[in-house]
Design a protein around this ligand. Structure first.
Ligand code: 5RP
Length: 223
């Protein structure tokens, strides 16, 4: 079974967490795209969704799902999103799709975070996947230097034209390789207060409540 099929399986399995007529928080990425496809095919009526990116908004609207502004919502029961890495405690690295800031904002509105991922994302220690950090462009160099001092190799993410990628929020992304994130909560706290950091892609304070992990043996539920 290839990775794409596993993503389809977990996208479909996530439907079990969707309450008809509810408002759902929806993440970003190829796994979430499978979920939106499954949602659209299942025809479950929703009051709407709060979206974490322009890309997800486009897909939701194409699927006929109303997109609500986050300010119109007091709280959500579920936020459904993928991850670049997840450990056995539910701590995650996110932001491979550059949507980490809005993802954290929508996750913060939700009582529970449902992570949908293929089994390749499960790790013992976070950090094999380069840690994405969204930064104010002016702060890129100082943030890169700070990560170098911690032993990481940090680079500004480039777009297809070789220019710094610009996020939905008009910011840049720094990707940090070579970190072993053994204390995710502490590192999230530390990096979050560096001047110019908008969001660090460690989701420890907003860790997964439940993870649906797709493997060739089927979909496993981790709590
Ligand atoms: C986007 C994210 C995604 O959840 C993460 O990159 C996983 O993506 P995919 O489902 O395509 O593997 O954090 O910013």
């Amino acid at each position: 079974m290839d990775q794409d099929t596993l993503k389809t399986l977990v996208g479909q399995a996530a439907l079990a967490y969707v309450q008809p007529h509810s408002v759902l928080g929806v993440g970003t990425g190829s796994t979430v795209n499978k979920f939106i496809e499954a949602l659209s095919q299942a025809g479950i009526p929703l009051q709407g969704a709060v979206s974490s990116s322009e890309a997800t908004t486009r897909l939701l609207l194409q699927a006929g799902i109303p997109v609500l502004d986050s300010s119109a919502v007091q709280s959500l029961d579920w936020y459904i999103d993928g991850a670049d890495e997840i450990d056995h405690q539910g701590y995650m690295i996110k932001g491979g799709g550059a949507a980490l800031t809005r993802e954290k904002i929508v996750a913060d509105l939700a009582k529970q975070f449902l992570c949908i991922a293929d089994a390749s994302k499960l790790v013992d220690v976070l950090g094999q996947f380069p840690l994405p950090v969204e930064v104010v462009p002016m702060a890129s160099t100082t943030v890169v230097r700070r990560f170098h001092a911690l032993g990481g190799q940090a680079t500004v993410r480039l777009n297809k034209e070789g220019q710094p990628l610009v996020t939905d929020n008009g910011m840049h992304i720094i990707d940090v390789r070579g970190l072993r994130i053994t204390t995710p909560q502490a590192m999230e706290d530390d990096v979050s207060v560096w001047p110019g950091v908008v969001t660090v892609g460690i989701f420890a304070h907003h860790k997964a409540s439940v993870c649906l992990l797709g493997s060739p043996e089927g979909v496993q539920t981790l709590r």
